[in-house]
Design a protein around this ligand. Structure first.
Ligand SMILES: [Zn+2]
Length: 241
């Protein structure tokens, strides 16, 4: 029980760091310095106000000093990360896979929110994800499958992007998805990548129809594809497809 609580708390603290990455990586800022501060009044966030999820709730989602609204994304990311790490610990125990999949979950969480908010997949998370994916494959003796998965992801999305440019005369998916697909392939292997690809397209089509019907988006509007790839990858992992 105590260990479970500790794992959950560590996960929430990791989520707190992922929040910093989500905000700063697309802005090309350091994720280490300076300390977290309110984007409006610039005052440093007190250690007591930096407790994952709880501080946001206690402060009513506002800065202590200037009462600027603080996005619900912060406690949400902390909660998602804590639950992810907790579930991974239940599945893997204290093994190397707990480490590798925690890294994988972290880069997916960061990529999901940066792509959604700014249409950016930061290079940093792609590099960290590729290194973790290849390292795990080396330890498992599945390095070539991992390499082939990364190459498949890269090639498929590279071709789609070029075709979209020729056919629609504009940026199709953007290079972010090419990098993201390569990273997913490195972790999931070739078959895992293809399953993710199918799942992402089906999900993307369903959600796009809903967004159009509900008039949240109109024809020709941009909908980032990265989040669908990421949810597709999580589905493939969860059901072991
Ligand atoms: Zn403030």
């Amino acid at each position: 029980m105590l260990v479970n609580l500790l794992v959950f708390a560590l996960g929430a603290m990791l989520g707190s760091f992922l929040n910093v990455c989500i905000y700063r990586l697309p802005r090309e800022e350091s994720v280490i310095f300076p300390a977290s501060h309110c984007p409006k009044c610039g005052r440093n966030i007190l250690p007591l106000d930096n407790i994952p999820v709880l501080s946001w709730l206690i402060l009513g989602g506002k800065c202590r000093f200037c009462k600027e609204k603080i996005s619900a994304r912060y406690p949400l990311v902390e909660l998602i990360t804590a639950v992810s790490i907790f579930l991974l610990y239940q599945k893997f125990g204290l093994t190397s896979d707990l480490f590798f999949f925690s890294v994988f979950a972290s880069v997916l969480i960061v990529g999901f929110f940066t792509d959604l908010a700014e249409q950016i997949i930061p290079d940093e998370i792609v590099i960290v994800g590729l290194i973790a994916g290849f390292s795990r494959a080396l330890l498992n003796g599945s390095f070539f499958d991992s390499l082939f998965g990364a190459a498949s992801g890269f090639a498929v999305f590279f071709i789609i992007e070029k075709l979209a440019k020729i056919i629609f005369k504009k940026e199709g998916l953007g290079f972010g998805d090419v990098k993201l697909a390569a990273m997913l392939g490195a972790f999931l292997g070739a078959a895992g990548f293809w399953h993710t690809f199918v799942a992402a397209y089906v999900l993307g089509a369903i959600v796009s129809v809903f967004l159009l019907v509900l008039k949240i988006k109109k024809m020709g509007d941009y909908i980032p594809f990265g989040p669908f790839l990421i949810i597709g990858a999580l589905l493939v992992l969860a059901i072991g497809w």
